[in-house]
Design a protein around this ligand. Structure first.
Ligand SMILES: [Zn+2]
Length: 140
């Protein structure tokens, strides 16, 4: 019996299933895309982006830098529809600005964002996580 795990083989955290089209948009070498279903690993400290069983695509195999991964630079993208960068994460009006653009032009996160989901959830999570890290640093 074939067992399909939705847990990332690297960090063990549950991934979210992504459409195969998403991989064709974001991975560098599309000939490496296998037949199985793929999931996206959103864990910031994990270098895996897509996995299918033990078959993985890591950050260096993706055609852009992912703002949601800790290893990426400040020039990595947070919002793939409107090109907001990781360096803008602490702009307090970032979410508001993206919302305004989305209201006017809509969004294509389902294709442009490597996770296949809206970037707003990821940005809020990153902002919250960094706030938590800061609190930890202060209390040390
Ligand atoms: Zn992972």
């Amino acid at each position: 019996m074939l067992f399909f795990s939705d847990k990332c083989p690297h960090c063990g955290i549950k991934g979210s299933k992504v459409e195969k089209d998403i991989l064709h948009y974001h991975v560098k070498d599309i000939s490496k895309i296998g037949d199985g279903g793929y999931s996206f690993c959103s864990h910031p400290a994990c270098d895996v982006v897509y996995f299918s069983g033990n078959d993985v695509f890591t950050t260096s195999m993706i055609n852009k830098e992912l703002g949601c991964k800790e290893s990426s630079s400040d020039q990595a993208i947070l919002c793939y529809c409107y090109n907001y960068l990781k360096s803008e994460l602490f702009d307090e009006t970032l979410i508001e600005k993206i919302n305004i653009r989305m209201n006017h032009y809509g969004c294509r996160c389902d294709r442009r964002n490597p996770s296949g989901k809206s970037c707003l959830g990821e940005i809020k999570q990153l902002q919250k996580k960094c706030d938590d890290d800061k609190l930890i640093e202060i209390s040390d």
